[in-house]
Design a protein around this ligand. Sequence first.
Ligand code: SF4
Ligand code: SF4
Length: 303
Amino acid sequence: MPRMHRNRVKKRRSPRTWIQLGFTALFNGYAAGFAKGTIFTGATKYACVPVLNCYSCPGALGSCPIGSLQAVIGGAKHQFSFYVLGTIMLFGIVLGRLVCGFLCPFGLVQDLLHKIPVRKWRVPKRVDKPMRYLKYVVLLVMVILLPMFATNALGTAPPFFCKYICPAGTLEGGIPQLLMNEKLRALAGWLFSWKALLLLGVLLLSVKIGRPFCRYLCPLGALYSLFNRFSLVRMNLDVHKCVGCHACERTCPMQVDVTKQINSAECIRCGKCKEVCPTGAISTVVSLKNQPSVASQDARQGV
Ligand code: SF4
Ligand code: SF4
């Protein structure tokens, strides 16, 4: 790093963890559910929240968009819920994956575990890059195709992603329900064991790797990533201020090539790159103009 910037590296503190805690409490604000061991069934349960938040969590005040999508696709008529898709599109167009970075309770869980001070792993690019496509496969197969075609005698299908994969559901819904309900405990079999193992794997990996579930498995993250390059809220890199120290890339939990593609489909807008940049080259912008950082990249190439 050039000497003139060496003394200027001062990490700016972000209130992001508090915002994440606030949204987690807001989406799961039915405290009585935890005390009584019941699920909230009031009017707000008809609305879906913009994040992965299990319907069966005793505190959940709304529905999970991925759970709702599967419920409608797997229903007797096999339809798409345009209300749910519209909600995801609205949040995607405005915020992109900022939803993952600031609003998602399971994102918060992974972030808190990643704060444990142990040596971190950077996944080699040759492994990381193909693995990122897995979440699109999960979206297509577990959320859409299987609920649509793997039907039972009544012509309906279970929510395959919720049933066989979702670690957020196991943590927020499955475990609290089993702890509070003796009858359910007696029924827990191999499926719960599999899901608990999967959850444990994700939680352990989160200590070493930034957001493993969001990177590789989350079907909602896959949907939001489609909007990330042109959402209204984006990251911007001012290449005239960038000195090429790559501190941003070393700190990015999603292993984004910040100086090459700051608005990558993987960026969760967490702002960590912004916090460590010694020259203030990175900012969060709200703009209708498409990809200001790409324009900056072009300018850089012309220098
Ligand atoms: S944008 Fe990244 S590489 Fe450029 S100065 Fe900031 S931290 Fe360093
Ligand atoms: S590029 Fe910056 S804002 Fe995006 S995920 Fe990485 S650290 Fe967070």
